[in-house]
Design a protein around this ligand. Structure first.
Ligand SMILES: CC(C)(COP(=O)(O)OP(=O)(O)OC[C@H]1O[C@@H](n2cnc3c(N)ncnc32)[C@H](O)[C@@H]1OP(=O)(O)O)[C@@H](O)C(=O)NCCC(=O)NCCS
Length: 176
C-alpha cells in the first residue's frame, strides 16, 4: 500500500510519535471509542503501545493504519486502516468527535478502498460494525459496500457499559 494518500481535503500517512497527542485526544474519548473493540485509552502508554502495533503492521506489510490529517492546517483528526488476511481486507476507521459528520471518514476510507481495489489479487474488502452503531453503517453504505448480514454475539465491546457480553456485528463488504 502507498505510504501517502491525498484527497481533496485530507492527507493519509503512517503515524509518527509526534501524532501521539492527537491520537490520545480521540482514543481517550469514551464517546468516540464507545463501539470500538479496543478499550478506551486511559494512559499515554496506551498510545505508545498502539503506535508500536501500527509500526509492526507497516513493517510486516499486512496492516496499514493511516492517520487522517487535514491538508489545511494539518491537524490529525482520526485514523483509517486496511488489514490484509486470508479473509480479505478489513477496513476500519475513527474520527475525533469535533470533526465528525463532515464526510471525513467517507473521504478517507474511500481513498484507502481505492488503493486496495487497485491491487488485482484482492477480491474482498469488508468491515465489521457494532449493530447499534449508525454512524459506522452510514459510512459503509457510502463506500459501495453491501450489507451481508449479522454475526450474532460475535465481538466484545469493552467500552459499552450498557450491554453485557459480546455484541452483534453487522458485516459489510465489496467484492470483485
Ligand atoms: C463512524 C465515524 C468514523 C463516522 O465518521 P464521520 O466522518 O462523521 O462520517 P461521515 O461524515 O463520512 O458520514 C458518513 C455517513 O454516515 C452518516 N452518519 C455519520 N454519523 C452519524 C450518526 N452519528 N448517526 C447517523 N448517521 C451518521 C452521515 O450522515 C453520512 O451519511 P450520508 O452520506 O447519507 O449523509 C465516526 O462517527 C466515529 O469515529 N465514530 C466512533 C468510532 C467508530 O464507531 N468507528 C467505526 C468502527 S467500525
Amino acid at each position: 500500500m502507498p505510504r501517502r494518500l491525498v484527497t481533496d481535503r485530507l492527507t493519509l500517512r503512517p503515524p509518527t510519535r509526534d501524532d501521539a497527542s492527537s491520537i490520545w485526544a480521540y482514543a481517550s474519548d469514551p464517546v468516540a471509542t464507545r463501539y470500538m473493540v479496543w478499550p478506551t485509552h486511559v494512559d499515554r502508554d496506551d498510545v505508545d503501545d498502539h503506535l508500536d502495533d501500527v509500526a509492526d503492521g507497516w513493517a510486516a506489510g499486512d496492516d496499514f493504519a493511516y492517520v487522517i490529517a487535514l491538508s489545511d492546517p494539518g491537524d490529525v483528526v482520526g485514523m483509517v486502516s486496511a488489514q490484509f488476511s486470508d479473509d480479505g481486507v478489513e477496513i476500519g476507521f475513527i474520527v475525533a468527535r469535533a470533526h465528525q459528520r463532515r464526510g471525513i471518514a467517507t473521504e478517507a476510507a474511500t481513498a484507502v478502498m481505492q488503493a486496495v481495489q487497485s491491487l488485482d489479487d484482492v477480491y474482498r474488502i469488508w468491515a465489521s460494525s457494532d449493530a447499534d452503531n449508525p454512524a459506522s453503517a452510514g459510512v459503509l453504505r457510502g463506500l459501495d459496500m453491501q450489507f451481508e448480514g449479522c454475526l450474532r454475539r460475535r465481538s466484545a465491546r469493552p467500552n459499552r457499559a450498557d450491554v453485557i457480553g459480546p455484541q452483534d456485528d453487522h458485516i459489510y463488504a465489496w467484492v470483485r
